[in-house]
Design a binder for this molecule. Structure first.
Ligand code: ATP
Ligand code: LTN
Length: 329
């Protein structure tokens, strides 16, 4: 049997280029060789306050986004986390194996507690135990995510080993982090020192898959650049490195070739042409996304089928866990 992969994105806001390059792009490739599960992690999303109608809309839009980017529902199971109750159930058990000190070290938790200082809830703190449940329920071997999630994967590996050792049974598979080939950390267009993020304060930070062509062109025009006018990547050119990575992903050209194309030309040309390249790449994705958003029945069918396949595995694993732990009667 082929190896299993699982990944997920929170339905908060709109999918952006960072999500695509850091995560979804890998999924589309890997789905051909691995048994694949791609989740919309709505239970994670409520660790930050969400308006009910907006959350529901974001769940559907995220699912449509996966499909529009090329996740094939015949190859992969696409499902919503809250429709498989075992995620929350296993998360509870894993919470009892997770140390406070480990959670306190998580950088995502530290960042989010700063962003949401008025609501540092217990769910935000134990977020990684729920993420561990997502991964371990399916005995997942590989987890393709952006670099910001590496620390969480390391914690999940420790939890799996700790649980297995405690009961002296190999219940959980110890998963591995799969880094993106390119663009593990896409930076904000307004600030190349911070990652592009759905929840960034500035509207100039991220390019959403749903942005109109004009908005995309404007965002790229306004993107921060580095000193001197040479179009080249390098440690001393974080902004250009980021823009060149995006350019390379949307055109399939190598960064070296792009650098050659722009020898002797300034940032102005570069940005205009990058804007057009992103628009050309995104247009068919947006068209496909619109067809899924306009066909509620089709989207429901994909999510129902995905949840059913996921549930079949999840029920088995949870039963094994309850058995070894001694829960029930
Ligand atoms: P938020 O800002 O609300 O926390 P986010 O934009 O960071 O959201 P997530 O839902 O947390 O998005 O992440 C979904 C996936 O996208 C993860 O695999 C994550 O590693 C990846 N990802 C997110 N931002 C980037 C980025 N800037 N570069 C590369 N990968 C990213
Ligand atoms: N924590 C991740 C989202 C996430 C996830 C997962 C990713 C939740 N559960 C399971 C991979 C596998 C994030 O914030 N980007």
């Amino acid at each position: 049997m082929s190896k299993r992969i699982l990944s997920g994105i929170q339905p908060t806001g709109h999918l952006h280029l960072g999500n695509y390059i850091g995560a979804v792009r890998q999924w589309i490739e890997l789905q051909h060789s691995y048994e694949s599960l791609f989740c919309i992690v709505d239970l994670h999303a409520i660790t930050v306050r969400q308006k009910p109608e907006e959350l529901r809309a974001a769940i559907r839009r995220t699912a449509a986004g996966y499909l529009a980017c090329g996740v094939d529902p015949e190859k992969a199971s696409i499902f919503v986390q809250s429709s498989v109750a075992e995620h929350a159930e296993l998360a509870w058990v894993l919470n009892t194996f997770t140390q406070m000190g480990e959670l306190e070290r998580m950088t995502q938790y530290k960042d989010k507690s700063k962003q949401h200082a008025q609501n540092i809830n217990a769910g935000l703190f134990t977020y990684p135990a729920l993420m561990a449940a997502d991964v371990l329920l399916y005995k997942t071997e590989l987890v393709p995510v952006g670099e910001d999630q590496k620390q969480h994967i390391e914690l999940i590996r420790n939890l799996a080993q700790r649980f297995n050792n405690h009961y002296d049974k190999p219940v959980f598979t110890v998963p591995e982090y799969v880094p993106p080939k390119q663009g593990a950390r896409i930076m904000g267009l307004d600030d190349p020192t911070k990652k592009m993020s759905k929840s960034a304060e500035s509207e100039w930070n991220a390019i959403a898959l749903t942005d109109t062509p004009d908005v995309i062109r404007k965002k790229i025009k306004r993107a921060v650049t580095d000193s001197e006018s040479e179009v080249r990547a390098g440690d001393d050119k974080p902004a250009l490195t980021n823009l060149l990575t995006i350019y390379s992903v949307v055109t399939g050209k190598s960064i070296a070739d792009l650098e050659k194309e722009y020898v002797g030309r300034g940032y102005g040309d570069f940005k205009t042409e990058l804007g057009e390249a992103v628009v050309a790449w995104i247009t068919p994705i947006q068209e496909k996304m619109a067809t899924y958003m306009n066909d509620a029945g089709e989207l429901d069918a994909v999510l129902d089928a995905g949840a059913e396949r996921a549930r079949a595995i999840a029920t088995q694993t949870l039963k094994e866990v309850y058995d070894v732990v001694g829960l029930g009667y």
